[in-house]
Write a protein that binds this ligand. Structure first.
Ligand SMILES: [Zn+2]
Length: 275
């Protein structure tokens, strides 16, 4: 049943909206994470290996055949990483991978900062500032270590510890553990508090840059304004509130950046492989 649910999420859900809505922001933000930071990196590394080894499920765009495209997306990540508000800038990897599936408007990040972006998301965005907003949101999930905390709740602590600590163990059971947490990550429902924090951090990270720092709200609004918004948007209780919160914070922080780099983003889109 869980696998079925995860597959369903994987196919249809945009991760920024898919997230659950329980608990208060304050409680969640103060919740204790039992893992040392180094475990995030180790777990993320194993997940990245699993993703790379399963091209059928995770159809990676070759970084060697798409050097320019990768460089353009990575450059957006690198400009976000200039923010002094990112705590684990040096410890985590912050490396982008692109997944080729135009039907999936989604992005996700592993613990430790391996960032995955679907071509469906890149095609649906208008302007580099929107991509920056989505990437900053994902960076915040990793930097604030939301996934390890949430995966612990969903799967239990044992499996994460086994994966983090087993360096030499590569048996069938170990692989199945890694597969399980990777699949769980992609279908993961973050708490509403985690989502709010990632939205707010996205604005905070982008505020000192030349980007318009509320790009993520613009993208949310665009999805919401479609004649037939995705099912998960119409059923989500607070999509408009997230847009409102991001815009309010953008105003409060008096972010000066105005750039959308629309032309440059069009050049990026032109590099995407044809369907
Ligand atoms: Zn999110």
């Amino acid at each position: 049943m869980r696998v079925k649910r995860i597959v369903l999420y994987f196919v249809s859900v945009f991760v920024l909206w898919s997230c659950g809505s329980f608990g208060s922001f304050k409680e969640e933000a103060e919740e204790f994470n039992i893992f040392p930071v180094s475990y995030d990196l180790q777990i993320g590394e194993k997940m990245a290996e699993e993703i790379a080894s399963n091209p059928k499920k995770y159809p990676m765009l070759s970084p060697y055949r798409n050097v320019h495209l990768y460089a353009m997306v990575q450059a957006v990540v690198d400009s976000i990483l200039q923010s002094t508000a990112i705590q684990h800038k040096k410890e985590f990897v912050w490396k982008v991978h692109l997944l080729k599936d135009d039907s999936i408007v989604n992005a996700f990040v592993t613990p430790g900062g391996y960032i995955y972006v679907y071509t469906g998301l890149l095609k649906s965005l208008e302007g580099e500032h929107q991509l920056a907003g989505v990437l900053a949101h994902e960076i915040a999930h990793a930097d604030r270590r939301h996934a390890t905390r949430q995966l612990t709740k969903v799967l239990g602590v044992d499996i994460l510890l086994r994966v983090a600590l087993s360096r030499l163990q590569k048996g069938a059971e170990w692989r199945s553990d890694v597969r399980k947490i990777t699949e769980a990550l992609i279908g993961l429902s973050f708490t509403r508090a985690d989502e709010r924090e990632a939205d707010a951090k996205a604005v905070e990270y982008l505020c000192p840059t030349s980007y318009r720092a509320d790009g993520i709200a613009e993208f949310f609004q665009k999805l919401y304004d479609q004649p037939q918004p995705p099912e998960f948007l119409s059923s989500h209780p607070h999509p408009k509130k997230r847009v409102k919160n991001v815009r309010a914070l953008h105003k409060k922080l008096q972010c000066k950046g105005r750039q959308t780099y629309a032309e440059r983003y069009n050049r990026l889109k032109a590099l995407l492989p044809r369907p």
